[in-house]
Design a protein around this ligand. Structure first.
Ligand code: AMP
Ligand code: MG
Length: 573
């Protein structure tokens, strides 16, 4: 039940048991930020394309840059066996486990060329697939696994760490950006606990595609450069229902400026390794937060408020696109405010704040409508992890800061939702009319906004049935009043219809990576070794704001098929 349109969720931040925060959490979007991100990305691509002649065509021409991560203390044990209680280390050295006969099945041209400065020619070399599989370790690589902890589903889970992700090294590209290259699914590490260190094809395709799709939507994210598949198989009980199956394994080469997470700090606080906690913080500030002085007495507070703001802006974008992460544990929260560790994520189809993509999340802890509250809770855990570096009064200030951050998110959510309607001012009245109507009529989230964007106001009164999402919405008894008010507000703001449509089409995508789309691509890949649909999705989602004939032909602009409703996802990957 919704007390009113913008559902108000009261989340209690139990920092020292004192603070509570109220968060409006069913909407989201920051158009301007999203739009500017998008434009920056396009601009950067164009700029980068100019340097094509310096791209590496083989591994004689490409090497890792000297690693800054080697300055940390490493686990002194070099053998690769499970260790539940690693201490006084940030990383453990570990080599990837080779795969049998890896085949390259897809790659992102943009990530290869513009992040890694590799020419696509390199993908034709046999070593390329071997490199992605972890079979060919370059001499300049220092493979390692990171030790971290985390709160999973609200409870401290102790040491976790990279159980199947292996960081190969860092690369400083021609734009001076430092990127960390990680293989996901490259075999066991000291942090694998009882698991096998592998990732199956279906989850790897999902991570590969969504990383790139999020980037092109303008949402901060880790990137994916390439995916290989092997005939090596592992057992997975996909839905944890007692029906295990042997599945093909795969590896994704994924990229991020940093893979440190909230859990990177949490483990050090829990084990009272305060010197290492301070060193890690100083490193991250120096490398990734150049606006914070390492000499400043307030650096910890400044760091916390920077991470809080990056994270708030991120969750606003998730809400804006109906993206639901699925497993927002603190070990899956990037210290840089980028989306990482894709698992049972989903782009919401019918608007529903209770939308839960992860079939194992029975309490709906990580539903769409609670993501804001959850990331604030996670930020509280981050504050807590840095309390050894804070006085009591500073810790109090940090919590106050988070309380204020809650208000920032609430008002920015309203603003971004209003922008999704083409408005320049926040308009809670309209939003609080629209969202419950969408909920009541099961209107498609993405297409409702898109069809509002693509059609003249005069055609919105009685939408034709081909405007399938709006047509559904228009059956609501409040729809005529909403359209009337919408007209009034636009007139008052002096926004012309052309201007409105133009602005809205830039920020309301026509295509998002819906689970049924990726599932179709996975089925073809898994059953017939046919990766054409993976490539098609990658191509289409590079231009999510532009209608494309090949996407329309494949039904990507149509209502989801009926079977999509029964599609289930779990953490099993
Ligand atoms: P995730 O839910 O994917 O973020 O993973 C949570 C923790 O479980 C992390 O420490 C992962 O490295 C670990 N993990 C998940 N799957 C595997 C696997 N197949 N092998 C080893 N560790 C895994
Ligand atoms: Mg994870």
């Amino acid at each position: 039940m919704y007390p009113f349109t913008v559902v108000i969720i009261s989340g209690f931040l139990t920092a020292q048991g004192q603070k509570c925060i109220s968060v409006a959490s069913c909407l989201n979007i920051d158009h301007r930020k999203n739009y500017s991100h998008f434009m920056i990305n396009l601009h950067r691509n164009r700029h980068r394309m100019a340097n094509c002649d310096t791209l590496a065509k083989d591994f004689q021409e490409w090497k890792f840059s000297p690693s800054k991560l080697l300055q940390f203390p490493f686990d002194p044990i070099k053998e690769n066996f499970v260790r539940r209680n690693v201490k006084n280390s940030i990383f453990s050295f570990v080599d990837p486990t080779p795969m049998t006969d890896p085949k390259l099945v897809s790659y992102s041209v943009d990530a290869l060329q513009n992040i890694l400065n590799m020419d696509v020619e390199i993908t034709k070399k046999k070593e390329f697939a071997e490199f992605i599989a972890g079979n060919y370790v370059l001499q300049t690589s220092n493979p390692m696994a990171h030790r971290y902890g985390g709160h999973q589903f609200g409870y401290w889970a102790m040491q976790l760490g990279d159980g199947r992700a292996i960081l190969l090294g860092e690369y400083v590209n021609s734009n001076g950006e430092r990127w960390e290259l990680q293989l996901k699914g490259a075999g066991k590490t000291p942090y694998s606990r009882d698991a096998d260190g592998r990732a199956v094809l279906r989850s790897s395709i999902r991570e590969f595609l969504v990383s790139e799709a999020m980037y092109y939507l303008g949402v901060p994210t880790s990137r994916a450069a390439a995916i290989v598949v092997s005939e090596d198989r592992v057992m997975r009980d996909m839905l944890y229902d007692g029906n295990p199956k042997m599945e093909k394994t795969a590896v994704v080469l994924r990229l991020a400026p940093s893979w440190f997470r909230f859990g990177s700090f949490e483990i050090l606080q829990k084990t009272q390794e305060n010197d290492l906690l301070r060193d890690l913080l100083d490193f991250i500030i120096k490398e990734h937060f150049p606006d914070i002085s390492i000499e400043s007495d307030d650096k910890v507070l400044e760091f916390l408020s920077s991470v809080a703001r990056l994270t708030s802006d991120l969750v606003i974008l998730w809400q804006a696109f109906g993206f639901t992460h699925g497993v927002l544990n603190t070990d899956n929260m990037s210290i840089l405010g980028i989306t990482i560790d894709y698992g049972p994520f989903g782009f919401m189809e019918s608007y529903d704040p209770m939308y839960v993509p992860n079939a194992s999340d029975h309490e709906a802890r990580y539903c769409y409508g609670r993501q804001v509250e959850i990331v604030l809770w996670n930020l509280l855990k981050l504050i807590h992890s840095l309390t050894p570096l804070l006085s009591d009064s500073e810790a109090q200030q940090a919590v106050e800061m988070l309380y204020a951050e809650g208000s920032y998110v609430v008002s920015k959510l309203m603003k971004t939702y209003s922008e999704k309607l083409g408005l320049t001012e926040s308009n809670s009245e309209l939003i609080e009319m629209l969202l419950p109507m969408m909920k009541d009529t099961d209107a498609d989230f993405t297409m409702t906004f898109r069809q509002l964007s693509e059609n003249r106001l005069s055609d919105l009164n009685k939408p034709k049935s081909c405007l399938w999402a709006l047509y559904r919405l228009s059956k609501h008894e409040n729809y005529p009043t909403f359209i009337e008010k919408y007209n009034e507000v636009l007139e008052k703001e002096g926004i012309s219809d052309d201007e409105r449509m133009q602005q809205m089409c830039k920020i309301n995508p026509c295509y998002v990576l819906r689970n049924w789309m990726v599932q179709e691509a996975i089925n073809k890949a898994d059953e017939n070794d046919d990766f054409t649909e993976v490539d098609l999705l990658l191509r289409v989602l590079m231009k999510p704001f532009t209608r494309q004939p090949e996407a329309e032909k494949h039904g990507y602009g149509n209502p989801p098929p009926n079977w999509a409703r029964s599609l289930k996802l779990s953490c099993s990957s």
